[in-house]
Design a protein around this ligand. Structure first.
Ligand SMILES: [Zn+2]
Length: 178
């Protein structure tokens, strides 16, 4: 099977939101995901990933990526310190997105080469945002942070413990702001 994304039919946004929500519900059912995003640490992520057939291992090259290890199994290697010097939990959720959306088309023993032109990269980021910042919850939090017609982005950042970039994107893709 081709490792290039160019001939693979893209997953629709609705589909990705649904897959992420289903996985979130599964994690919540087994108390694997804290209600508060600020409590999301490496042990929690480890429990989540093991529950869906994966392993989480610290990488030796300070990179974060996924390797398919068997038909339904994968390992996520993670960099302890992300690009911005903070713990890169969104990058780990991004790789989990690849596991949820793209594992079937990956080859056993291979890592996913995720370059900027590969649509699967965007799909995995959408999955990560949808899992960490569910639509209904995000809409509610946004309304709570609406003051004098402006959204208090810093306040929303504090709720999700997530960077400016992903918060902005989430609000945009949910049509909360332009
Ligand atoms: Zn990727």
């Amino acid at each position: 099977m081709s490792t290039s994304g160019s001939f693979i039919k893209p997953n629709s946004r609705e589909f990705i939101e649904l897959i992420a929500m289903n996985m979130r519900h599964f994690f919540e059912k087994y108390n694997l995901l804290p209600k508060d995003s600020r409590a999301l640490d490496i042990n929690t992520l480890n429990g989540m990933i093991e529950a869906v057939g994966g392993k989480l291992i610290k990488s030796i090259d300070n990179k974060t990526y996924i390797e398919k290890t068997d038909e339904d199994a994968f390992t996520i290697y993670y960099a302890e310190i992300g690009e911005y010097g903070v713990f890169p939990y969104m990058s780990i959720l991004h790789e989990l997105g690849h596991a949820a959306l793209h594992l079937k088309e990956m080859e056993i023993g291979k890592t996913l080469d995720c370059n900027g032109k590969d649509l699967r990269h965007d799909e995995a980021w959408l999955f990560a945002r949808a899992l960490a910042m569910p639509r209904k919850n995000f809409e509610k939090v946004a309304i709570e942070h609406l003051k004098n017609g402006c959204y208090d982005i810093m306040g929303i950042i504090r709720v999700y413990n997530e960077g400016h970039f992903q918060i902005r994107l989430r609000g945009k893709e949910l049509n909360i702001w332009g």
